[in-house]
Design a protein around this ligand. Structure first.
Ligand code: 13P
Length: 340
C-alpha cells in the first residue's frame, strides 16, 4: 500500500469542477441501453460506443476518471491503442468495476448481495497492470415492506469493506457504492432513514476492518422520493435532505463523495448536484458526480448506432459533462440547457 499514490488518486478523482463518467455497464445492461436505439449488442458495437465516449475531445476538462467494464479495459481504439492508454493521454484516470454483480441474497426474499471477492486480489493486480487507478463495487439496497433487513445491510457493507481492503493493499482507490434504489413508492423520509442506516453501517464496518477512510471515495444515491411515490420532493428538498444525511453519517476525513444518477433524468441529476453545492460551499468533502445514465443518455440517443452521428453524440456528452462540472461548483443554470 502506497499512501501517497492513494492520496493523489483520490484527490484527482474529485478535483474541483470534475467528476467521473461511469461506462461500466455489464454486457446484459448495455444490451438494455442499446435496445433503446434498436442496436444489437455485439462486441464490435459495444467497442464503437465506448470508443466515442472515451475519445471525446475536450472531455478531460470536466471528467477526471472513467469506470470501465472488464471487456472495455481489454479493448483498443481503431488504431489499436488500448482504451486505458487513450484515457491516460488525455489525463483521465482509468477505473474498473470489479464486483461480479448483485445476486439473490439467500434466505432473504427480494434482497441482493453483491459477489466478486473470490480471486479479487489477483484480478486487481492484473487491472493495475492494465492501467487501473481506482475501482468500483456496487451494493444494492432495496426499500420495501420490512426491507432492507439488517442482514442485507451487514452482508453488503462487509463485502464492501473486504473489497476496499484488497484495493488499498495494491494502491488502487476503492470507490464504495451502496446504492439505495429509487424505484419504489417510498417517501423521501423513508429514503433518508434507509440511506442513513446504510451509510452509518458502512463507515462503522470500514473502520472496524481497518480501511483507510482518507483513501476511499464514497459513491452514493441522493436522498430522494421513490420514482412511484405520488409526492415528489423538489430540488431544494432533495439537496437539503441529502446533505443532512451525509453530514450525519460520513466522516470528515473522506476525500470525496460522488453521486450515481439512479434513473433521474439527465437535467434533474445536474440540478440536484448544483443545488447541494450552491447551498453548501463549506462541506468537509467535495460533492461531485459519477453518473452513468445521466451523462450518457442524450449521447446514446444522438448516436443511434450510426458513425455519421459520432460528432453530435460527443457534443451531447460534452454538454452534460460541462453542466455537471459547473454543478460541482454550484454554477449551473437551467438556461444552459438551451445555450450550447
Ligand atoms: P447511474 O448513474 O446510471 O445510476 O449509474 C451509475 C453507476 O455506475 C451505478 O453503479
Amino acid at each position: 500500500m502506497d499512501p501517497a499514490t492513494l492520496t493523489a488518486t483520490a484527490k484527482a478523482m474529485v478535483a474541483k469542477g470534475k467528476g467521473i463518467l461511469a461506462i461500466d455497464e455489464s454486457t446484459p445492461t448495455i444490451g438494455k441501453r442499446f435496445d433503446t436505439i434498436s442496436l444489437e449488442s455485439t462486441e464490435a458495437n459495444r467497442r464503437d460506443y465506448r470508443d466515442l465516449l472515451i475519445t471525446n475531445p475536450g472531455g478531460a476538462q470536466y471528467i477526471s476518471g472513467m469506470i470501465l467494464f472488464d471487456e472495455t479495459i481489454r479493448q483498443a481504439n481503431n488504431a489499436g491503442k488500448p482504451f486505458a492508454e487513450c484515457l491516460y493521454e488525455q489525463g483521465i484516470m482509468t477505473g474498473i468495476k470489479v464486483d461480479t454483480g448483485a445476486k439473490d441474497f439467500a434466505l432473504h426474499a427480494n434482497e441482493k448481495v453483491t459477489e466478486g471477492l473470490d480471486g479479487l486480489r489477483d484480478r486487481l493486480t492484473e487491472y493495475k497492470t492494465l492501467g487501473a487507478k481506482f475501482a468500483k463495487w456496487r451494493a444494492v439496497i432495496t426499500i420495501g415492506d420490512n426491507i432492507p433487513s439488517l442482514a442485507c445491510i451487514e452482508a453488503n457493507t462487509h463485502a464492501l469493506a473486504r473489497y476496499a481492503a484488497l484495493c488499498q493493499e495494491c494502491s488502487i482507490v476503492p470507490m464504495v457504492e451502496p446504492e439505495v434504489l429509487m424505484d419504489g413508492d417510498n417517501t423521501i423520509e423513508r429514503c433518508y432513514e434507509v440511506t442513513a442506516r446504510t451509510l452509518s453501517t458502512l463507515f462503522k464496518t470500514l473502520q472496524s476492518q481497518g480501511i483507510s477512510i482518507e483513501h476511499t471515495i464514497l459513491k452514493t444515491n441522493m436522498v430522494i422520493s421513490g420514482k412511484q411515490c405520488r409526492q415528489q420532493a423538489d430540488i431544494a428538498e432533495v439537496a437539503k435532505q441529502t446533505v443532512r444525511c451525509l453530514k450525519e453519517t460520513v466522516p470528515p476525513e473522506l476525500p470525496g463523495i460522488v453521486f450515481l444518477s439512479g434513473g433521474q433524468s439527465a437535467t434533474l441529476a445536474t440540478a440536484h448536484l448544483n443545488e447541494m453545492n450552491a447551498q453548501n460551499p463549506d462541506l468537509p468533502w467535495p460533492l461531485s458526480f459519477s453518473y452513468g445514465r445521466a451523462l450518457q443518455e442524450p449521447c446514446l440517443a444522438a448516436w443511434g448506432g450510426k458513425a455519421a452521428n459520432i460528432d453530435a453524440a460527443q457534443k451531447a456528452l460534452l454538454h452534460r459533462a460541462r453542466c455537471n462540472g459547473l454543478a460541482c461548483r454550484g454554477q449551473y443554470h437551467a438556461e444552459m440547457e438551451q445555450a450550447d
